[in-house]
Design a protein around this ligand. Sequence first.
Ligand code: FEO
Length: 394
Amino acid sequence: MTTELIKKNIYFVGTIDWDRRLFDELIPLPDGTSYNSYLIIGSQKTVLIDSTDPTKENELVENLKSLNIKTIDYLIPNHAEQDHSGAIPKILQLYPKTKVVTNIKCKDMLKDLLLIPEDKFIVVNDKEKLSLGDKTLQFFLTPWVHWPETMITYLIEDKILFSCDFFGSHLATSDLYVKDETRVYASAKRYYAEIMMPFRIPIRKNVEIVKQLDINFIAPSHGPIYNNPKFIIESYSDWISDNVKNEVVLPYVSMHGSTQKIVDYLIDEFINLNIPVKPFNITKTDIGELAISLVDAATIVIATPTVLTAAHPAATYVTFLANVLRPKTKFVSIITSYGWGTKVVEQLSSMIPNLKVELIPPVLIKGYPKEQDFVALKNLTSLILQKHRQIKII
Ligand code: FEO
């Protein structure tokens, strides 16, 4: 790894994880990720903002050595999660005079998670400033981007916002800055869908805080630095709004072809009605792609065989995920193919209390779909069209 100069006395000293393919043993990372940390050398104080994942702590240490850093006065964790905080014990071991500057919630979490002693901390409050001599940091508490203790740090003189997870993207790249906004948009949207979407409503306040600041760069702790902050702020403003798009997400699983036939028919019908449809064969899909599609879609239709009276476990898993991700979806419907009996609709509909949706009448199909079943499916697509018209997205 190498360090990179952002501006005079401000360095990227983070690490890039090119090979990581799973986060939290749950979230696919097709493009790897990075754990960005930043070094600011003020005329009186030297600061490290965020550290790195513990698997990369030696790289961070090498980066600091390469800059001949003998003293770190303050280490500022914007967030307690270990992908950013995990190397703090190592840094404190190598730089024993360093003080950890953070808010009280983050302090308590770091004591719990990393066993950092109380006397290492300096606690700061919302909007508090910290002088580094010729540079000044200001802290803003921004809960729920991603945990309740998250904050952001603003370097006033250079107009740089260090936002940690907020605005991040799981993207390993040698580009220090965003070069290709289309590519970064996709990674940032994936990141938003997987990490931030459950907190869409509380994030609104935090976006407003950011909009009040005069920012040249947003330096997150995952992915490249935004040299055009407007790009990512406007993207977030869209994602966290209540606006949905004329789209249907169609997660499905098929065991013997009946549900596949249903799904094939639905895809054609939605195309005929000019409703963009995104089918996801749950047993094959990247679950992150499904999460991305949930950011904007007005409607979700879940299609599953009945297995032992319930939904196929893969469909149950996706329904659980949709509930915890809390997308702004307006309508949900359920389709099942069953052999002799089914409780799929009762089961799945009871699993989505977090979704503020209207349940569109389900379609239950005994065995392989027949003529009357295709009529019921066609009626379902017509009803979805009508619903989309009612909320004026067509
Ligand atoms: Fe990148 Fe919530 O940690």
